[in-house]
Design a protein around this ligand. Structure first.
Ligand SMILES: [Zn+2]
Length: 568
């Protein structure tokens, strides 16, 4: 049946499910009910508080639930988190992956029945992608094993919020900045449900790449925290494996760690020395198990934090200091396949079978046939581009998309009091490509090659001097260096430098060009060499004159010149 009647049935189903809801909806969480449950918790315990930020793209506020041991006074996050260890949990960035939305509530309801560790503040976003959860319906996750109604991945603007942490197209992201920068959390958890291969584990885990954290936090993560979390989850009968980072193939030949560049939640939080975890519950496991495993993981993180709170806080402090003094940061990476860890892996046997649909092979896993193997795991990404930290960046006032995003991070910026000539390093874009189609609302600039040059340039009153060495130094290097994997240039905030503004008319420029060659013997020789090497082009008036024009003072220096200067 098509048309209005089938639509009516869907409405009926949705309302029937909602009507049955009391607390934790076995059919998947519903936005208003989730917020109602948090309000009830906030009313019940005075050591909690439910705050509203926003609005988000959906027009609805972004809720933040806070927990500590004593009564929560005031609403200032920075005051609340001062001298405490902060665990920050984000749920429902992909609302079809709703395990964490339910797990957080269940865990908090349990946790609040006893005293909380005095040194810890827990901050939870109940639902981050509100617009996506409001669209809950069957079928948004083709491969996933329930719940019956699932939110949609795109937000109210159809953005994947887990690609938005640098470009910040969504209001949700700007609110996230505000919360995150005020809390300065030690630990961040983003809850998800996996796609990809099939295997025995209910819970898989992405941890921040240690390569991206300052040494004190990297060591803590690698040597203590990760081993403790894996052991703790095993004790709770939810043995984990690193996120199985394969698509369209089995994990049998091994797999690498997930490279979370700054556009992703934990890639962003790593820029501020926050240890990030992405819990990825396995999509084929029963929904109740996925929720329970996610809840166990939240609890394990809390237990470790409580046991090691002094050490975690000390490491974060040392890391923040390290960051202010660091001379360079990695801003692009490539997999280092020479660093191999052996991973005990509980997989399933699989085969390539003939499809019943067409003349092709299809991958089939046999869930009844365990295949326990030792796989190669590649945890290390080598630095492909290392950004030197300048004394100052100089950002023209006109770059307002850039400036607004730095302002949202409370970055220290000093406006020039008057027009000033400055010697700076500049980047000249030499090569680039556009993505063939829009990606998350942008035609990205890819494969950028650029060379660095010294030049004296005029900056104007109101342009901004940004000290390179500050607490947000890694963030600045990641977004302001043109070769960063997620630089503002790559996200298309400076497309206008990629186009020329002025041209010439050949019939007028002919005499000028003649004069230019007459005055510059070297240029003349180069021109004649070019003519010899390009006989076809040499017959064109425009091509010939353009060759000379581009090497003359008439040619605009703004073209392909990255607008931000670097003072060393
Ligand atoms: Zn996800």
């Amino acid at each position: 049946m098509k048309g209005p009647s089938s639509l009516f049935l869907i409405f009926l189903l949705a309302f029937a499910v909602q009507a049955q809801n009391t607390k934790n909806d076995p059919e998947g969480p519903e936005y208003y009910q989730v917020i109602k449950n948090y309000k009830a918790l906030a009313a019940q315990y005075d050591n909690t508080k439910l705050l509203e930020f926003g609005p988000t793209d959906s027009g609805k506020p972004l809720s933040l639930f806070l927990v500590q041991n004593e009564k929560i006074e005031g609403e200032d996050l920075a005051t609340l988190s001062k001298d405490k260890l902060v665990i920050f949990i984000n749920n429902g960035i992909h609302p079809g992956e709703s395990c964490g939305i339910e797990a957080s509530l269940k865990w908090l309801e349990r946790l609040l029945q006893a005293p909380i560790d005095q040194e810890i503040v827990i901050a939870v976003i109940p639902v981050y992608n509100i617009g996506g959860l409001l669209q809950r319906r069957p079928h948004t996750r083709a491969n996933q094993n329930g719940p019956a109604l699932q939110g949609f991945r795109g937000n109210a603007r159809n953005l994947d919020l887990n690609r938005d942490f640098i470009k910040a197209d969504a209001r949700n992201t700007l609110e996230f900045y505000r919360i995150f920068q005020s809390l300065q959390p030690h630990i961040f958890i983003d809850t998800h449900t996996s796609n990809g291969a099939d295997y025995a584990y209910t819970m898989t885990l992405i941890s921040t790449l240690a390569d991206k954290l300052a040494p004190p936090m990297a060591n803590l993560l690698k040597e203590k925290m990760e081993p403790a979390l894996y052991a703790s989850m095993k004790m709770k009968n939810w043995e984990m494996t690193p996120y199985v980072n394969v698509f369209g193939r089995t994990p049998d030949n091994g797999f690498s760690a997930f490279l979370e560049s700054p556009r992703y939640a934990s890639g962003y939080t790593a820029l501020f020395n926050t240890i990030g975890f992405i819990s990825e519950a396995h999509m084929f496991k029963p929904y109740a198990d996925r929720v329970a495993a996610t809840e166990a993981f939240l609890e394990s993180v809390y237990e470790f934090s409580s046991a090691e709170s002094a050490e975690i806080r000390k490491a974060k402090k040392a890391a923040d200091q390290w960051q202010v003094e660091a001379e360079s940061f990695p801003i692009d990476w490539e997999l280092d396949s020479t660093v191999i860890e052996k991973l005990n892996f509980q997989g399933f046997k699989s085969a390539q079978l003939n499809s019943h649909l067409g003349p092709y092979k299809r991958l089939k896993y046999f869930r009844d046939s365990a295949k326990n193997t030792v796989l190669n795991y590649y945890p290390h990404y080598a630095t492909a581009v290392d950004a030197q930290v300048p004394r100052f960046y100089v950002i023209p006032y006109a770059q307002r998309e850039v400036i607004e995003r730095l302002q949202a991070h409370s970055i220290k910026m000093i406006p020039l009091k008057k027009d000033t000539l400055m010697e700076c390093d500049f980047w000249e874009i030499q090569e680039y490509e556009f993505g063939s189609q829009p990606y998350e609302g942008h035609f990205r600039v890819e494969n950028i090659k650029a060379k660095r040059e010294k030049a004296i340039r005029k900056f104007y009153q109101g342009d901004l001097l940004v000290p390179g060495q500050q607490v947000q130094a890694y963030f600045l290097a990641s977004v302001l260096h043109p070769l960063g994997r997620d630089s503002y240039l790559s996200w298309g905030f400076m497309h206008s430098i990629l186009g020329r503004k002025e041209y010439f008319s050949p019939y007028v420029f002919e005499e000028t060009a003649e004069q230019l060659l007459a005055n510059d013997g070297e240029l003349k020789a180069e021109f004649e060499a070019w003519q010899k090497a390009n006989p076809a082009q040499a017959k064109s008036d425009y091509a010939s004159l353009n060759w000379i024009y581009q090497r003359s003072d008439y040619f605009e220096e703004e073209y392909l010149r990255y607008p931000i200067g670097f003072i060393n």
